[in-house]
Every structure is written in structure tokens, then in C-alpha cells.
Ligand binder design. Structure first.
Ligand SMILES: Nc1ncnc2c1ncn2[C@@H]1O[C@H](COP(=O)(O)OP(=O)(O)OP(=O)(O)O)[C@@H](O)[C@H]1O
Ligand SMILES: [Mg+2]
Length: 282
């Protein structure tokens, strides 16, 4: 029951690819795995072969239900009672719970809480909520013990959704594209992680920076990877495993399954299996 936030506010660095393929690799190794899609783009949901628009119970359903409980700026629905002019749910229990939003990610065998564009309201709605940074933490609490690994796929910005993920995580995993300029912004991220650690979640640690899209055939990519490794690893752990640039990873996403099923012997599949081992043996 370790919760990992897969986080980097830079877009397209391999967060979702890591959430889904690492989830699949951990599951393949016999672990109980839950992937939480916390990005309104719903890319992790798509990567699992599901249409985000067709999902009726998403992470947003559970989050918004928990906000309604506190009557924060949202209609209470039919039968809501008025207390001090604030609408509260009559039952006193929020529906749906996060547990009710869990579905199977299909052939890959791990569980998923899907997301879709509805989640884009979250940052605005959370803004006025009580305990706004720890809403996801509250929702995860009852199911935490059921899984060996919970992986949260964060959106590409440092808003309240990402803060919620960091506030409940034991560890952050930071995918970093091995390309020029990719390291720009990474200091802002580490500062945010440090602030969350100080003010919200003392136990939060960076489990590792994960070098992604490494192209060992080009000198440029190799140089960036080694520079990143040598400069970052002085302060922050860097995973020994590197994720190579591998077209099978992109094709697997389009096929709606993990690379472990799509191309089991590809370099991408091997890398994510190795990363899973690194986490399991830690
Ligand atoms: N190692 C890799 N080799 C080749 N393609 C990759 C690799 N990792 C990711 N991709 C592809 O690059 C694109 C971006 O990856 P991904 O969606 O995982 O990034 P992200 O950080 O989640 O993006 P966003 O910030 O938009 O959520 C996708 O099309 C994905 O299939
Ligand atoms: Mg993504």
C-alpha cells in the first residue's frame, strides 16, 4: 500500500505511459495495483482501451460528491436540506465513494479509476472547498490497504489536482524526458514537492527521477541523459532504469493496452518490467 504520484508539470514527458505500463508490469509481477487517472485529458483511461466520455463514474464523481457533502458552492440535489443556508446531502454520506468508481482496466488486470473532461472543473471547485488539498487523501483512505501499489497519473500543471496527489502520496515519481530544455521547470516542481512536504504531507519523498524517451543511438540524447543523471542525482534519486524511445510504447497506447500485452518483448516492455522490479525490490 504505497501511493505514488507520477508528476511533472511539463506535458508529454511520459507520465501516462509510465502510469499504465508500470501498473501493468507490477500487476504482471503479482502485485495488487490501482491506477488513478487524475488528468481531465483522460489519457490513462484511453490507454486502458476505454472511452473517457462513456465513463459515468470517474474520479470527479467521487471528488464532487465529497464537495457536495460540505455544501461548497454546489447544488445539493433533490431533497437537500438547508443548514445555515448551505445545502447538505440529506443522507450524510457521499455518493459515489471512490471505491464505487473503480473499474477493471481490462486484460492488463489492474484496477482503474477513470477520468474525463468533467474533471477540468475540479481546480475551480476545489478552490473554495474546506481542506481542498487533502480531498483525494480522504477519498483514498478506505481503499489504500487493498492495494500494494496505487499510481496516480497527474495532469501537466501544478494545480490543486496535482497538489492533492502529492498530499496523499508516499512517493513522487518524476518522469523527465531526456531532451534539451526538458530539465527547465524541474526546479519549480521540486520546490512544490518541498512545500507540500513541509505543509501538507511530511512523509512525502521523491522516489526517483525517471529518464524517459532516451535514445541511445543519438549522442544528443545520451549526453542529456548523462548530464541529467549526474546533476540531479547529487540531490535526488534517479532510477537506474531508463525508458528508451520506443515506438511500441506509443502504438500500445493507441491500441488501448499496455506495451506488455501489445509487444511483450519490446524494449519498452523490458524497461517497464525492470522499473517494476526496482520498485518491488526497494
Ligand atoms: N518512451 C517512449 N517512446 C516513444 N514514445 C513515447 C514514450 N513515452 C511516451 N511516448 C509517447 O509520447 C506521448 C506523450 O506521452 P505521455 O502521454 O505518456 O506523456 P504525459 O506526460 O502523460 O503527457 P501529458 O502531460 O499530456 O499528460 C504519447 O504519445 C506517448 O505514446
Ligand atoms: Mg498524461
Amino acid at each position: 500500500m504505497t501511493v505514488y504520484a507520477i508528476v511533472n508539470q511539463k506535458g508529454g514527458v511520459g507520465k501516462t505511459t509510465t502510469a499504465v505500463n508500470l501498473g501493468a508490469a507490477l500487476r504482471e509481477a503479482g502485485q495488487q495495483v490501482l491506477v488513478v487517472d487524475l488528468d481531465p485529458q483522460g489519457n490513462a483511461t484511453l490507454h486502458c482501451g476505454l472511452n473517457p466520455d462513456r465513463q459515468s463514474k470517474t474520479v470527479w464523481s467521487a471528488l464532487s460528491a465529497s464537495l457536495r457533502m460540505n455544501g461548497v458552492g454546489m447544488a445539493g440535489g433533490e431533497g437537500a436540506e438547508l443548514v445555515f443556508g448551505v445545502e447538505l446531502e440529506p443522507s450524510g454520506e457521499s455518493r459515489p465513494s471512490l471505491e464505487e468508481c473503480i473499474i477493471s482496466a481490462g486484460e492488463d488486470g489492474f484496477d482503474l479509476v477513470p477520468a474525463n473532461l468533467e474533471l477540468s472543473q475540479a481546480d475551480a471547485d476545489l478552490m473554495s472547498a474546506i481542506n481542498r488539498e487533502r480531498r483525494l487523501h480522504r477519498l483514498l483512505e478506505p481503499i489504500r490497504d487493498r492495494y500494494d501499489f496505487i499510481l496516480i497519473d497527474c495532469p501537466p500543471y501544478l494545480g490543486l489536482l496535482t497538489i492533492n496527489a502529492l498530499a496523499t502520496a508516499d512517493y513522487a515519481i518524476v518522469p523527465l524526458q531526456a531532451a534539451y530544455l526538458a530539465m527547465k521547470g524541474v526546479n519549480t516542481l521540486f520546490r512544490t514537492i518541498a512545500l507540500v512536504q513541509r505543509d501538507l504531507n511530511y512523509g512525502l519523498r521523491v522516489r526517483g527521477v525517471l529518464l524517459t524517451m532516451v535514445d541511445r543511438r543519438t549522442v544528443h540524447s545520451q549526453q542529456v541523459a548523462s548530464v541529467a543523471r549526474s546533476t540531479i542525482s547529487r540531490k535526488i534519486p534517479v532510477f537506474e532504469t531508463e525508458i528508451p524511445q520506443n515506438v511500441d510504447l506509443a502504438d500500445a497506447a493507441a491500441a488501448g493496452k499496455s506495451v506488455l500485452l501489445y509487444a511483450p518483448h519490446s524494449r519498452g516492455a523490458l524497461a517497464y518490467r525492470k522499473l517494476a522490479e526496482e520498485l518491488i525490490n526497494a
